[in-house]
Design a protein around this ligand. Sequence first.
Ligand SMILES: NC(=O)c1ccc[n+]([C@@H]2O[C@H](COP(=O)([O-])OP(=O)(O)OC[C@H]3O[C@@H](n4cnc5c(N)ncnc54)[C@H](OP(=O)(O)O)[C@@H]3O)[C@@H](O)[C@H]2O)c1
Length: 215
Amino acid sequence: MRIGVLGTGTVGQAIGSRLVELGHEVRMGSRQAGNEKAVAWVSGAGERGSEGDFSDAAAYGELLFNCTAGEHSLEALDAAGAQNLAGKTLIDVSNALDFSDGPPPAVGISNKDSVGASIQRRFGDARVVKALNTVNADVMVDPAKVPGDHVLPICGDEQAKPGVVELLGEFGWPAERVIDLGDISRACGMEMYVTLWLGFMNSLGTAEFNIALAR
Ligand SMILES: NC(=O)c1ccc[n+]([C@@H]2O[C@H](COP(=O)([O-])OP(=O)(O)OC[C@H]3O[C@@H](n4cnc5c(N)ncnc54)[C@H](OP(=O)(O)O)[C@@H]3O)[C@@H](O)[C@H]2O)c1
């Protein structure tokens, strides 16, 4: 499948590389074509990897990942262009981190709203699914890095979710460990979890962990 990965950071690179490894064709997008990190990523990705600006990557992808800084995701997606998102599954991996009062960060959009819901409101024709933002980039694409039956919440567009669960399965997430929380309003809880996640990381001294559910 042709996939547009919007974002050149750790997450964009981890997801882009994993998708290429799985046989997908990936175009990485950034504010400006020729972005240094994107060019370096392409040189390691081989012939299935390419790069361009946010609009190029969004137009290219049949499915899209938003791996941009959550507090700037709407700007990035505006640059990608509503027409390039329309009718497509957009997997939103973002968290909005507000470092204005220094570390640890606050959640930039919270309580009653989220980046995921803001994206769905702004781009009504996109099929937004929130996923993967509750784990570190390395765990996103290789859940076996953490032993046990740990889980991944998702929420969002009903029609898009089955395809997203399938793609998560390719990453290594068994469908029974993907917990569907409902519509995109649930992204609020998924994004506010980042403060608890940061607390766990601080105590455990590693970012390679995840949560399991007992019931
Ligand atoms: N790091 C993790 O393990 C992890 C785990 C869970 C969730 N997340 C979330 O995943 C997302 C990506 O994280 P990351 O660490 O890979 O990268 P990041 O540094 O949070 O974001 C990098 C991307 O954001 C874009 N960006 C920054 N400012 C922008 C602006 N003003 N307008 C438009 N685009 C802008 C950058 O564009 P350019 O390419 O043009 O520079 C770049 O592509 C974030 O939302 C993060 O909170 C990260």
